[in-house]
Design a protein around this ligand. Structure first.
Ligand code: ASP
Length: 588
């Protein structure tokens, strides 16, 4: 039907006859001439219809998003009409024939970034026609291809694992599928292929990968999807460094393939503890030129209990964030930051505007300056390398909670003042604690998942100090986003049973849920480990999109619904009967 793609037409085709297919991006009637922006997946080309052309009347009837085929001749535009911002901006196509392939009903959305998300998702097939979304889908496809090529060349086998399966503990609720043939029984959709990929290592597959759909019925969070895509990998006979090397090489290769970007080699590494101490986050965004400073030693002696208390107490801290140029913040802005950190549990936020570093305490503007002496201030000033015109925020209290709210503040101030460097800042976070203490339920939970190996040689070592033991887990972070996480796994039955025990999973429960894994561990399981990458997040970062929904063809809303198909929907009584299910409540 077509000789070229719309986006391909350029000056080298001057004088040639072409036939093009696409959609009317817009139509303008100007001084007797009709100009049409004709769009296909490759781009937009300007098409001109002259009043003398036999197709003129047909062209007048065209409206936005009509699907058409045109035949015409390429010609150079006069230089004064060149549009340098368009790939096809120096030429136009003078139409000889217009063939209407299909009319369109009036378009229910603007087809611009102004459209709201609900309507974009309701008419996703129209939204996806836009150049931005076409580009996003192409980036994602390229990313997938690059992954397949790279991993195939490194001896990885692509193996599919079941979708109808048993619960995998990744910490979310399961999506369940009722079994018709086994009334009252349910499959769970996989939260990840974790157990299957471990079984594949036990099966001698050595190196596995899969671009896998995962399902997690989580409470609503802005940028989570109930179904999302992971690049899932597992390798035998490796330690942490072995997995990290392969994973890093892969990410470097795909960034090079898709964006022609060179990422550093090797990626920097930071322990979980240092990441919290210095950046207040387990996914530090190293693009911001800011970090947290621990000033305990400088404020331990002051009379201000809000500082001296935490500065002297074990498990607490006083952390300072220097905001370059932050002295411009108004009282109202500072109050907003105080409210912002309160969301993360902060009881208050002290601040100092540094008007003149030369003037010592006199050069400070702050409700707390009066509590400081020269010794304290000099120590703080030197440690934070503060300059006139900066603002210092102080957080004090429990080490972890203070670190975290100050970390959120760091990113928020960095965003507000647009302090991020351009470019890519990947790093590894290592040495996570094995367990977190769950106050509400009075028990440990796994920081990664229960199959992660501890940095302990024996089960007894782990039992003797569970709270202090670190794990063999690691996360890959890029520009403040956790893009991947994994671990070396437990490959011995006794250690696995001990971890279940410490997590408060009884032997019966472990047998019921993971009996098959515990059994498989008994048959010569090799040491193994792996990682899973959030592919939606990586694609979004590559495409420069803030939301992963913009790189998923048919995403769900933040309330886990699909406005296009209207899923989830009610099921008729007969089908429910077949599944032996009775609905006791419904929102409709
Ligand atoms: N299954 C893990 C996850 O989804 C990743 C891994 O440990 O490989 O987070």
């Amino acid at each position: 039907m077509r000789s070229h793609l719309c986006g391909e037409i350029n000056q080298t085709l001057d004088g040639q006859s072409v036939s093009l297919c696409g959609w009317v991006d817009r139509r303008r009637d100007l001084g007797g001439l009709i100009f049409i922006g004709l769009r296909d997946h490759a781009g937009i080309v300007q098409v001109v219809v002259d009043p003398q052309c036999p197709a003129f009347a047909d062209a007048q009837r065209l409206r936005n998003e009509y699907c058409v085929r045109i035949v015409g001749t390429v010609r150079m535009r006069p230089e004064s009409q060149w549009n340098e911002s368009m790939a096809t901006g120096k030429i136009e196509v003078v139409v000889d024939e217009v063939e209407l392939l299909n009319a369109s009903a009036p378009i229910p959305l603007l087809m611009t970034d102004e459209d709201g998300e609900e309507i974009r998702l309701r008419y996703r097939y129209l939204d996806l026609r836009r150049e931005r979304m076409q580009k996003n889908m192409r980036i994602r496809a390229k990313l997938n291809q690059s992954i397949h090529r790279t991993l195939d060349s490194q001896g990885f086998l692509e193996i599919e694992t079941p979708i109808l399966t048993k619960a995998t503990p990744e910490g979310a609720r399961d999506y369940l599928v009722p079994s018709r043939v086994h009334p009252g029984k349910f499959f769970a959709l996989p939260q990840s292929p974790q157990l299957f990929k471990q079984l594949l290592m036990m099966a001698g597959m050595d190196r596995y990968y899969q671009i896998a759909r995962c399902f997690r019925d989580e409470d609503l969070r802005a940028d989570r999807q109930p179904e999302f895509t992971q690049l899932d990998m597992e390798l035998s006979f490796v330690d942490e460094a072995g997995v990290q090397e392969v994973a890093e090489n892969l990410i470097r290769a795909v960034f090079n393939d898709v964006l022609q970007v060179e990422l550093p080699s090797p990626f920097p590494r930071m322990t979980w503890k240092d990441a919290l101490q210095d950046f207040g986050s387990d996914k530090p965004d190293l693009r911001y030129p800011m970090r947290l400073h621990s000033v305990d030693e400088h404020v331990g002696h002051v009379e201000f209990r809000v500082f001296s208390g935490p500065a002297r107490a074990a498990g607490q801290r006083v952390a300072v964030l220097r905001v370059p140029g932050g002295a411009v913040f108004s009282r109202k802005q500072i109050d907003e930051y105080t409210e912002f950190v309160a969301r993360y549990g902060a009881k208050g936020l002290a601040w100092i505007k540094v008007n003149d570093t030369e003037a010592g305490l006199e050069g400070l503007q702050s409700p707390i300056a009066k509590f400081l002496d020269d010794k304290a201030w000099n120590g703080i000033a030197v440690q934070t390398a503060v300059e006139s015109g900066d603002l210092l925020f102080f957080g004090a209290g429990d080490w972890q909670q203070t670190s975290i709210f100050m970390g959120h503040l760091l990113v928020r101030c960095g965003q507000d003042l647009e302090l991020a460097d351009a470019g890519w800042q990947p790093l590894w976070i290592t040495d996570f604690p094995m367990f977190e203490w769950d106050e509400d339920n009075g028990r440990y939970t796994a920081m990664h998942h229960p199959f992660t190996a501890p940095q302990a040689d024996t089960a007894d070592d782990l039992r003797s100090a569970p709270a202090e033991t670190l794990s063999k887990g690691y996360d890959m972070v890029l520009n403040g986003a956790e893009i991947g996480g994994g671990s070396i796994r437990i490959h011995k039955t006794e250690m696995q049973q001990t971890v279940f025990e410490l997590l408060g999973i009884s032997k019966d429960e472990a047998d019921a849920k993971f009996g098959f894994l515990l059994e498989a561990l008994r048959y010569g399981c090799p040491p193994h480990g792996g990682i899973a990458f959030g592919l939606d997040r990586i694609a979004a970062l590559m495409a420069g999109e803030a939301s992963i929904r913009d790189v998923i063809a048919f995403p769900k809303t933040t309330t886990a619904q699909c406005p296009l198909t209207d899923a989830p929907s009610e099921i008729d009584a007969e089908q429910l009967d077949e599944l032996s299910i009775e609905v006791t409540s419904s929102t409709q």
